[in-house]
Ligand binder design. Structure first.
Ligand code: SF4
Length: 167
């Protein structure tokens, strides 16, 4: 997705932060598409939930995909990256079976543990250590509203000047 399209990380980070201050982002109260307001609030405030939402949002209903991180959080009582990185994917699979029942449970359980191990979250921290979640909402809006896999709307995208993939 969008994170793959980076040229100069700091330049892009600044563009995303600037976009996050615009009316378009600030006024998008229901930008996330979880199954209810609690889930959307959770997604907005939990960077790792956002990363999982991006991973899960493939060939299943977006509402389901973006709600699964919340169910994991409810079952575990946390969404702690370091703790999840130490779990077996079979433990996540059990959670899926009890709650969301997504279409590809074993694969998604594996993605969950791998994502916790990988450095996506740490990249966000490096770009803005004080508040990694600052990227969540603007990135989500760019991903949902501009950067489509087929025919991205680069002309209107806030990243057009810094994205080397613009068309
Ligand atoms: S400029 Fe185009 S390719 Fe780059 S992030 Fe925006 S929509 Fe995606």
């Amino acid at each position: 997705m969008m994170y793959k399209l980076m040229t100069s990380k700091q330049q892009i980070a600044q563009k995303i932060i600037d976009f996050g201050k615009t009316k378009e982002v600030l006024d998008t109260e229901n930008g996330f598409v979880g199954q209810n307001k609690d889930i959307n609030r959770f997604l907005r405030n939990t960077p790792f939930a956002y990363i999982l939402g991006v991973l899960y949002d493939q060939q299943i209903k977006a509402e389901t995909a973006w709600s699964i991180p919340y169910y994991i959080y409810q079952e575990l009582g946390h969404l702690d990256v370091e703790k999840i990185a130490k779990m077996q994917s079979s433990e996540i699979l059990e959670i899926f079976n009890r709650t969301a029942k997504p279409r590809y449970p074993p694969k998604m359980a594996e993605w969950t543990v791998n994502a916790a191990k990988e450095e996506a979250i740490f990249s966000a921290r490096q770009l803005n250590p004080d508040y990694p979640g600052i990227f969540d909402k603007p990135c989500w809006i760019i991903g949902r509203g501009y950067c489509f896999e087929q025919n991205p709307n680069c002309n209107a995208c806030p990243l057009i000047k810094v994205c080397k993939y613009n068309k």
